[in-house]
Design a protein. Sequence first.
Length: 459
Amino acid sequence: MFPMRTLLLILALASSTAFAAEPLPIDPLWKSEAFRKTITGSYGIDSRIEPRLTEDEAEELEISGKLLAEKKRTEAIKSLNDSGIAEKSPAILFSLATLQFEEGESEKSIKRFKEALELFPNFRDAHRNLSVVYVQEEKWDDAESHLIRAIELGARDGLTLGLLGYCHARKDRASASLDAYRQAAMVQPQEDQWKSGQAQALQMLGNHKEAASIFQEMIAKNPESIQNWLAQAESLIALEKPVAAIANLELAHRAGELGASQTFSLGHLYLQNDLVEEGFKCYQDALNAGTEVPLRQGADALGMLANREKWDLATLLLKQCQEHPKIGEAARASAGNNFPEEDLSRYARSVALIHAGNKDFKEGIAGLDAYLAQQPTDGEALLLRARLHRDSGNREEAEMRYEEAARIDAVAANAYREHGELLVDAREYAKAIELLERSLALEPSDAVARYLAAVKELE
């Protein structure tokens, strides 16, 4: 009888993140030396969790081991397959599963791991390594069940505990994820992936101060890891430290590590802190980043500039949006069905605001008319159209449009209130009072109640 050698090697798992809350990518783990040592180590004999090898099994593994040493992986797989004992040997099946997994043959690997477990149900490392394949395949339930079984069989290594933390994170179980990551970090303190996991679990739980501190330690250790700067920015924003967050994100931006959506978000952050020129530059960079630019982000950028009445910059950005191969489609009525309704609404309203800001009410109204021809029940767009008619001095048209908007429950209270205010300006107090009372009934408000009382005194 001989000790068995496990041969599982490195996998890769892609997981994209922004500086939004989503589990951090785990692929750096597979490149770490600690991971390699864990999954390629030799194991002692423990008949509860590891099958003992016969002389024939040991001989076949020795042959495949020599082929692997010569970098003849295909030949090693063939040797194990042709051994004649694979179907009855959990050790051979485990080794085959390992090699097939490394070759990217996940389905075959899963099949072989399962066969090994059928022959030896308490094969602890087979449970753990099968879970690694399932993590790569993003099958979180399957991965979790085998990780838990490995732990029940005595696994206390950092990889098992850390991957369990990762599965919990993928399933939005922040507390369980934090517990598992902390245990993994205690066993494997040199593995930064578990520290990242802890920090992100803390973010999910709202403990941004501790999360930011962990990320700061990781940044100090490895300042070239842009992912840590991005992740820390999330907590800095929550901690109301926008300037520090901007510094983190700007570093990533200059390093070319921000995608279009993230660059838009950085632009929004600049504008929220009255750094308009810097924000506008980010918006331009985002639009220049490529064709896959989120329509909502473009619409929000236009709206941010419009809300600050930066009409020159808003007009320049609108022109760039209209010329953009993706966002520009939203300006064409025939393309309406290619975008989510809410995103189209944001874009149409932002464009109309910019036209109105430039005193081009006719153009703004025309754009809303074209949009509403496709989405006639968009209350926010109906309400904005009424406002543009009001601001352009067309009272009769504004009243008609307010009546249309009032038919949409989501904006009815505002429509009644604004219509009432329009009539107060026209000194038509009786009808104004009726509309204001309707608004107050739908949406109680101290401000509207005081305004209504003042109008009644004028009547």
